[in-house]
Design a protein around this ligand. Structure first.
Ligand SMILES: *Cc1c(COP(=O)(O)O)cnc(C)c1O
Length: 372
């Protein structure tokens, strides 16, 4: 090895990321990234196999689905899944109540696939009855896609009633579970979903760099040749894994190692149920504290998922100043992403506990709360 040296990148002061994601990871997860894995080496092939097995285990898809990881951020896996499953003769119905639903429509448009939308306000969950009516009226629709937790606001869309009407109409159900996978309950033994998509850097608490789709075996078999993309073709990606356990193209080896470590930590914590309980404790502490400090949540409590919380910006609120003052104190938050109201967001997920939120709230109180 060479002895060349240079000035190391200065590590910023340690900060808590309330920005899912990237989000705050466990030190064990970050430590898993210090090795240079050979991507075609037996040790890395075993790591990939463990990754794929554990991803299925999180949502009980072992008997019905194939786990297909893919390089890139979450949007890459959504684009890959839609391109692979919605074929040239397909038509997509997107149930949209936020930016990530709209993004699926933008992807379908780029891919030249016919797509229609049913829309709800950003503070209202998607409902099943209009979906059933739309599917009855339009037999050309082959696939229905929804976002489980709309990270735009933190709103939870209930999957079961939607999956039921989609299945009853004989169409395929696709779930963007990016910000719910690993925490909110998803059980593929009961939920009729052709695909569930998510990424490394949200509730699994890995580092950013890969997404994955769990695709139902028959849906995947029927998808050969659909994808308009070479690199984002998940049927081909799955064939690669089936052939020799290897990735078709250069995998982000350190990201894979970190995600396997993060999945072992998820199991050690007690699985998605225990993780959800921790996130709920985080979210409860955050909501109660922000209320005391004069902030109003954007969502009604019954539709709020304990993943990310949106708050209305008080009159005369200076978000840039608020953000900078919190950042100086070691907390990084998120701007709002709404089309209508002025808001900002604080994530509840990551390797964090309620005590971290107590410290965050003390910092917000110090800079003046809603009067900041
Ligand atoms: C994070 C996220 C995505 C993907 O976003 P990237 O920035 O590409 O990682 C997609 N859908 C939802 C619901 C998300 O929360």
């Amino acid at each position: 090895m060479t002895a060349i040296s240079a000035t190391p990148i200065p590590a910023p002061a340690s900060q808590i990321l309330l920005t899912p994601g990237p989000l705050t990871t466990a030190s064990l997860t970050r430590q898993a990234m210090t090795h240079d894995w050979g991507s075609r080496d037996a040790a890395f092939i075993a790591l990939t196999a463990e990754l794929r097995q554990r991803l299925l285990g999180v949502v009980h898809g072992e008997a019905s689905h194939v786990a297909i990881p893919l390089q890139g951020s979450g949007t890459f896996i959504v684009e890959a899944t839609l391109g692979t499953l919605v074929g040239p003769k397909g038509k997509l119905l997107v149930l949209a109540n936020g930016a990530y639903g709209e993004r699926m429509l933008a992807i379908a448009a780029r891919q030249g696939r016919p797509a229609v939308a049913l829309r709800w306000p950003e503070d209202m969950p998607v409902q099943a009855a209009p979906v059933a009516a739309t599917l009855r009226a339009d037999p050309a629709i082959t696939h229905v896609a929804v976002v489980h937790c709309e990270t735009t606001t933190g709103l939870l869309n209930p999957l079961e009633p939607l999956a039921e009407v989609v299945q009853a109409a004989g169409r395929a159900f696709l779930v963007d579970a990016m910000s719910s996978f690993g925490a909110l309950p998803i059980d593929l033994r009961r939920l009729p979903a052709a695909a569930v998509m998510a990424s490394s850097n949200k509730c699994l608490e890995g580092v950013p760099g890969l997404g994955y789709a769990l695709i139902e075996t028959q849906a995947l078999a029927a998808a050969e040749g659909n994808s308009p993309s070479l690199a984002l073709d998940l049927a081909a990606q799955a064939r690669g894994f089936a052939k020799n356990g290897q990735w078709r193209f250069t995998p982000p080896v350190q990201v894979v190692a970190a995600l396997v470590q993060a999945l072992r930590l998820l199991e050690a914590e007690g699985g998605p149920t225990a993780r959800l309980a921790r996130y709920r404790a985080n979210c409860d502490a955050l909501m109660a504290g922000m209320g005391r400090l004069g902030f109003t949540p954007y969502l009604a409590p019954e539709v709020q998922a304990p993943i990310i919380a949106t708050f209305r910006s008080p009159a005369g609120f200076d978000f840039a100043r608020f953000y900078a003052a919190l950042s100086e104190r070691g907390f990084v938050i998120y701007p709002g992403k709404l089309s209508q109201a002025e808001t900002f967001r604080i994530g509840c997920i990551g390797a964090l506990g309620p005590d971290d939120f107590t410290r965050l709230l003390a910092a917000i109180a110090e800079i003046g709360g809603a009067q900041a």
